[in-house]
Design a protein around this ligand. Structure first.
Ligand SMILES: [Zn+2]
Ligand SMILES: [Zn+2]
Length: 47
């Protein structure tokens, strides 16, 4: 199974985008990352 680059958990599915520096994150870390990005910036994060 893939491993999240942030929390090192084995997960069924990982996600990456420019914001993760193309590292693979689990859905929780990925969502959290984009949550902070959305809070910090007023622009929308569409990924
Ligand atoms: Zn994670
Ligand atoms: Zn992103």
């Amino acid at each position: 199974m893939p491993i999240c680059a942030k929390c090192s958990n084995d997960v069924k599915k990982v996600y990456d985008c420019d914001h993760t520096n193309l590292e693979e994150y689990c859905v929780e870390c990925y969502t959290e990352l984009h949550y902070y990005l959305t809070e910090k910036n007023t622009e929308d994060v569409n990924c």
